[in-house]
Design a protein around this ligand. Structure first.
Ligand SMILES: Cc1cc2nc3c(=O)[nH]c(=O)nc-3n(C[C@H](O)[C@H](O)[C@H](O)COP(=O)(O)OP(=O)(O)OC[C@H]3O[C@@H](n4cnc5c(N)ncnc54)[C@H](O)[C@@H]3O)c2cc1C
Length: 411
């Protein structure tokens, strides 16, 4: 057995399990006080963070703090102090201190100017190494030994490691090939820590499309539409996929849609293909005589509907409707998309579920495991896309790191 538990420094020893944004932030807060060791099962650190960078790395959001906090729903109570202690402007300052300039887009979303994660991650890991943090890749945490040491599977066999304090930051269970796969849950359950089952969040949904629609339009984006469900309307874009729909407007409603499907309800998302025009404007435009103009051209000229929008209209409303301007206008503004099921967790942007928030004290320590703290997506909260996910991972990582530092000072 490759036993890594030899301790040579008089400083306390802190272990961080999981080298994503939450774990790295916890490491940063502990580095002044302790010898910090970050372990990750993957060959390198921050893989999901790098993937988030592929779509620009929406790191936080610039809206008013009250609106920002409201995005976390019921989890707000536990998360609020951490989010207030590391709010969006502090995240921007933190990135800037790493040499990463950020900007606020027209939607309020905040991105690095470079629109990627790699420069930020590189600078962050370098600064952590300079401050003495040690990194251990290819170490998969596999619970505790009987005498309380951390157990790891490594390419060289099992290894153990003792620590004065531990921060768990093992992520959720989406995109498992990037490292976070939820395999840690049995180790916490064995210690009596309650976890809620993982469920997809910010996910796509299955819809049975016709062969014709799939052949011609799978992968096509629908821009400037609105989607409505249960009294909430979201303007934006989505994509027709081989299996159904996905994209930002769908993600924004996905928690309610998922809950409805899980409850066994008939779940219908209403699509408005022309949200900037009223029903009567559309109906009167479409009533204009079309002469020899084809219906497709008439729709395009009078209602701005063509391509995948026209195909969806035909697919869902049926051809019979298309000759009646009033019914056609109504269908353009109220196209029902009947959803079958959410896409699997592995494809979701994030998850709901994980460690029950009731298991944590206000410093993010597990009440049933003294000296063990937890942060990031492995906690049972969910939030929409828009920078809220990374904001909460960074903020809870920071809070757990500070909680762990206070705990070390006290003990
Ligand atoms: C495609 C995509 C795009 C995204 N874009 C954005 C975005 O623009 N803005 C935003 O706010 N959020 C975005 N997110 C979400 C965001 O990336 C995550 O919420 C965030 O990375 C979670 O951070 P974390 O540190 O909690 O977990 P993770 O980043 O998942 O890190 C957990 C780490 O723990 C390691 N680990 C897991 N199990 C073990 C084990 N047993 N032993 C050792 N190590 C283990 C993993 O290898 C991983 O490195 C995106 C997600 C996806 C999938």
């Amino acid at each position: 057995m490759n036993d890594t538990s030899e301790k040579s420094s008089p400083r306390p020893r802190a272990t961080i399990l999981g080298g994503g944004p939450a774990g790295l932030m916890a490491a940063e807060r502990l580095a002044r006080l302790a010898d910090v060791h970050v372990f990750d099962s993957m060959p390198s650190f921050g893989r999901k963070f790098l993937l988030a960078g592929k779509s620009g790395l929406n790191i936080t959001h610039g809206e008013q703090l009250e609106a920002f906090l409201a995005r976390f729903g019921e989890a707000r109570t536990l998360l609020e102090p951490a989010l207030r202690a590391f709010p969006p402007n502090a995240i921007r300052d933190w990135a800037e201190a790493l040499g990463i300039e950020t900007f606020e887009g027209s939607s309020g979303r905040i991105f690095p100017v470079a629109m990627k994660a790699s420069p930020l991650l590189r600078a962050w890991l370098a600064r952590l190494r300079e401050s003495g943090v040690s990194f251990h890749a290819r170490h998969e945490w596999q619970g505790w030994t009987e005498d309380g040491a951390l157990r790891f599977g490594t390419p060289d066999g099992e290894a153990t490691f003792t620590a004065d304090v531990t921060v768990l930051a093992l992520g959720g269970a989406s995109w498992p090939r990037l490292g976070a796969d939820g395999s840690w849950t049995p180790f916490l359950s064995a210690r009596g820590v309650e976890t809620a089952p993982f469920r997809p969040a910010n996910c796509g949904f299955d819809i049975q499309w016709s062969e014709h629609l799939l052949d011609r339009f799978a992968g096509s984006p629908l821009k400037s539409i609105s989607l409505s469900f249960c009294g909430r309307t979201v303007k934006g874009d989505f994509v027709v996929t081989k299996t159904g729909i996905e994209g930002s407007a769908v993600y924004a409603l996905s928690a309610a849609l998922r809950d409805s499907l899980e409850a066994g309800a008939n779940t219908v998302l209403m699509l408005d293909l022309a949200p900037d025009r009223t029903l009567s404007q559309l109906a009167s435009a479409l009533s204009a005589p079309r002469g020899k103009t084809s219906l497709a051209n008439h729709l395009r000229k009078k209602a701005g509907i063509d391509g995948v929008k026209a195909a969806l209209l035909r697919e869902i409303a049926g051809k019979a409707l298309l000759d009646d301007p009033a019914k056609l206008a109504h269908a353009i503004k109220n196209l029902p998309l009947r959803l079958d099921r959410p896409r699997p967790i592995a494809e979701a942007i994030s998850v709901a579920g994980g460690i029950a928030l009731s298991e944590l004290d206000e410093s993010f320590m597990l009440k049933k495991c003294a000296g063990v703290f937890a942060a990031g997506e492995m906690l049972d909260w969910e939030a929409p896309t828009g920078g809220y996910l990374l904001s909460a991972c960074l903020a809870t990582g920071r809070a757990a790191g500070e909680g762990a530092a206070r705990w070390l000072r006290r003990s």
